[in-house]
Design a protein around this ligand. Sequence first.
Ligand code: BGC
Length: 871
Amino acid sequence: MKIESMQVNHLSKPIGIGAEDLTFSFKISGYGSLESITAEFSADADFKTVFCRETENIEPFGFSPCCVFRGGKRYFWRISALGANGETATASSFFECGRENSVWDIPFITTRKENRVSAAFIRKFTIREIKNARLYITALGMYEAYLNGKKIGREYFTPFCDDYRYLLQYQTYDITGDLRVGENVIAVLLGNGWYGERHPAGKCGDGAFGNGFYLSAEVTVGGERLLISDESWTEVRSPVVFSEIYDGEIYDARKEFFLPDGRVKQDAFTGENAVFTENPAGKIIPRISPELCERESFLPSLIVTPSGAQVLDFGKEITGWVEFTAIIPPGGEVKLLYGEIMQNGELYRENLRTAKAEFIAVGDGTEKTYRSHFTFFGFRYVQAEGISLTEETAKNFVGKTVYSSLKITGKIDTANEKLNRLAENVFRSQKGNFLDIPLDCPQRDERFGWTGDAQVFSETALYNADCVAFYDKYLADMREEQLRYGGACPFIVPDAFYAREERNEGRKPVSDGEFMLKRVSPGWGDAAVIIPWNLYRFTGDRGMLKKNYANMKLWADFLIRTDKNRGGKHIRDYGFRFGDWLALDNPDKEEKHGKTDEGFIATAYYYNAVRLTARAAGEIGENDDRVGYEKVAEEILAALKAEYISPDGTVKSDTQTAYALAIAFGLCDKKIAGKRLCEKLEENGGKLTTGFVGTSFLLGALAETGHGKEAYSLLLGEDLPGWLYAVNLGATTIWERWDSVLPDGTIRKGEMNSLNHYAYGSVLSWVYKSIIGIKQREDSAGFVRAVISPVIDERLGKVYGEYDSACGKYAVGYEIKGKKVVMKISVPCLGEADIIPPEGYRIEKTNGERIESGSVSLKSGEYEIVLSHMC
Ligand code: BGC
């Protein structure tokens, strides 16, 4: 038995979080049942003085002790568990709250002249004695802070990506170790990032949230304020002479102001003093984002193209930047052009659309290590210009991935190498798109938190990795927007589109929701219910559900209100809709909307939203809400059936997506729908036609209606369209379109063609649930009651998978041996699992003992189960 994954607000050892509403969670690994759990809290690492000890109601999924925490303080907490067999386990961790004063009483400073390119501020200070010191800091757009020449903290793209109209996070850094007795210099570089300039994909200076550079910071030493951002800070020229999220960066080493020993060049101080500016209108809050750091390193091989260009191939599509060390002559330039694919032997970049995606390093004649600061690139290939490379020196160029904290929790390993590779590609796309917000793609002129993509992928993402705090933060921005948008959840969160409209045209959303009908879409806005619900189902954290229930309710009420505004017929045949985006069944092959009736899709999602909100209300004891939403949900379902289901039980829209949706949401007789779905597949030569909406439900709908074989055939199909098609073409991530690259290796023409778009990777949740066979009972949360019931298919003779759930790790492995299947199952300490044999099989033995019943319930432990085929 071991205590693991101790987290506060689902963050590991966070520094600088808010002092209120803290939720503590942990996992217990090992087997057996528990006798007791104790939680202790102390202000010292040795727990000499414990100010709070709790033994009742310590819910590992999330508990809130009855004690008060204060800003500016570091706390230590310890969990001790006693097993029923006398075994004990104990572990401790710490967290630190943000500023003592929860009100951000620190001024903002800016540049004296209007400046949209980049900025840097610097401030000298002296200390006599080194004591515990902190930097509290935020800015608009992005900042990197340095103390005595060394970057502070290991994170990038701070203060992170929020809807800056409403929220701005500040970060807390422990700077004690980098202080010097005597003179110190703090410097802050600022770039546009997600805040200003061209984001979201506009013209120069079109910035969604604003333009210019704003900094607010405080340094405390020994708990006392030493300095704040004020007019004593000097503006200095920044070595980042250009930076823009899509276009890239120019870094001029000649403009660096730190000397190698951490002191500052004399002439750096000739700049003007900063000026005070108004604080931004939004709330300034302690950090809620998980850590966003450099993670992995990839070394390239060198390709010399037919035209003589030097292209570095990193072997995989990654997101981050290339870091390189070189001596570039003074004023000389090395240019890196980022791209995803080679065409005709040369780097191809047209699918980046207007994003220039380049990095230029200007040298100063000394050896330097270069990287970009305020943007990232989605790439596999990088063309290097201005430097002559050999296979050997190409290794000085290192591909670095940057993404939010994603502790891996899932594992898929089957006898089919291509399926394993698909799983790997999904993981890679998740890493490549989880940069503080769930991006649609990391390379072209978008990189937005598209809500539709985020919701279809969320279940897979939560199986793959711990991204609870990541989504929780996304929901915080969404909630702020919904509160102002009459409950509407926009296309993208943070809503840079509307922020820009509001800024440039002065429009304001109208609270009856009507105004936003053009800015939301079924399946996209539904992120407001689906993500909170998935988070709850995966974590079992009711406190989190209580908070995020607001998003669900706001969206459900928005849908109900706009329905009422149209007479309350419950049929959503109005408003903007993306439909079954990028589906293949539209006769017009260039059309991005699929063929499925968009009113049907919208009404189905409407029903689902209200139904899930009712369920969530029930979970958190909001019974009036539950009853109210249940009633509306029933009415919607009745209206939907009358409008969209034929008397023979088929769906009028009669597309694969329509049936997949109907089965997944329970909109009609499942047997009839399953049969018709199979017929639709057969009519199309066994090929899928589904787009963003239908794809995530397709295999589940087939398997649920007894068509597991067909589901396997789709998953393992190697032709277009299908998941393994891209694997065969050497994909290392998931593509935006089934045919993003054509069979002859040429890239599909057209403006929507990202090679790192995770939406279709949503299929992996089906692999976890139905191939590995780890899912949970409908009435369970946190995987307390798992259901282990794989769909067995001889095409995968051997399967192994894991899911390290909120209540510990479930593992399932099985091998088909003739008419028997031998399964090895582990059930974690806090879990329980119902083993339900797949169709056609019965359980023969459990741990060597013969079994008569159809299914078994297993407590924590390791088991061998033998299934035998019934015919
Ligand atoms: C994005 C998406 C998104 C879609 C909306 C695209 O440009 O990349 O993935 O969901 O627009 O239809």
